[in-house]
Design a protein around this ligand. Structure first.
Ligand SMILES: [Zn+2]
Length: 277
């Protein structure tokens, strides 16, 4: 499943080609996605220009010159492929094709159909029901140790559940939660109210580090995820605990082994020795 770094990678990949381009034509498939498509979608976006492409949580926001925004969620298996009129190859499971004046074609492909394509007024997005409950962006300045400490107060849930809670901070999926807890030496089962300020400092720092590192390396591409141009990401070579059950801890000074437990129905990996706190 594409996580925040993969979505950010897709946005960076498509932005340079799509910015400033005018939509000439749009094709939509009749297949159902997670939410019903907006009525008159094709008509509303026709002849508009892409003025910016941004991200909120794991949503891709394609902002158009008519103050509308195309919202795409990649779901479990979504991808965006850029191609051109000259080599308009057919791709299975294409749900939307945007044809631009300069011959560029952007295709949204999603075999498992957990993704979505919607159209909202740009100004009203933050108040939309999909967005109103979303917490802070993890790479924003507002997501800092003070905020995390406040968010942990009085919470009996595990620290891992708190950093994966989308109403507190968005886009920290299972891989990145496990990896940042490992780097911080924090046991994922630790109750949130027991976390110290110093641990919040470490955790915030490491969450930002792993996300930025994964973005730099183009997403981690576990489970057949591929980047916009089909290249695979390389962050998976840097995973220290995720899917490393039974292996020795990668910290030189540690003799521990990587264990797998289940927290909130998700596999959680951590070191038996250096994540005792
Ligand atoms: Zn260890």
């Amino acid at each position: 499943m594409p996580e925040l770094p993969e979505v950010e990678t897709v946005i960076r990949g498509i932005s340079s080609s799509m910015l400033g381009q005018t939509i000439n034509k749009c094709e939509l498939s009749l297949k159902k996605l997670r939410y019903p498509k907006t009525r008159n979608f094709k008509k509303i976006i026709l002849s508009t220009k892409v003025i910016s492409i941004s991200r909120r949580a794991k949503y891709i926001l394609i902002n158009l010159s008519n103050n509308k925004t195309i919202i795409i969620h990649l779901g479990m298996s979504g991808r965006i492929i850029l191609t051109s009129n000259n080599k308009n190859s057919k791709f299975k499971h294409t749900h939307m094709s945007l044809y631009f004046k300069n011959n560029l074609i952007a295709k949204f492909i999603d075999p498992r159909r957990f993704g979505c394509i919607l159209l909202f007024d740009t100004k009203a997005i933050s108040k939309n029901r999909l967005f109103i409950h979303l917490g802070l962006e993890p790479l924003s300045k507002q997501f800092n140790p003070n905020y995390l400490e406040r968010s942990c107060q009085n919470k009996k849930a595990s620290i891992k559940s708190v950093i994966m809670n989308q109403s507190i901070v968005v886009g920290i999926g299972n891989i990145y939660a496990s990896e940042s807890l490992f780097r911080s030496g924090i046991n994922p089962k630790r109750k949130a109210f027991n976390i110290t300020y110093e641990q919040c400092v470490q955790l915030v720092k490491n969450i930002k580090f792993v996300l930025n590192r994964a973005i730099k390396l183009g997403g981690s591409s576990i489970n057949d995820y591929s980047m916009v141009d089909g290249m695979l990401g390389y962050f998976q070579n840097e995973l220290k605990v995720y899917e490393r059950e039974g292996k020795n801890c990668s910290k030189k000074t540690c003799n521990g082994r990587i264990l797998r437990i289940v927290i909130a129905q998700r596999s959680t990996y951590y070191c038996s020795q250096c994540q005792k706190n």
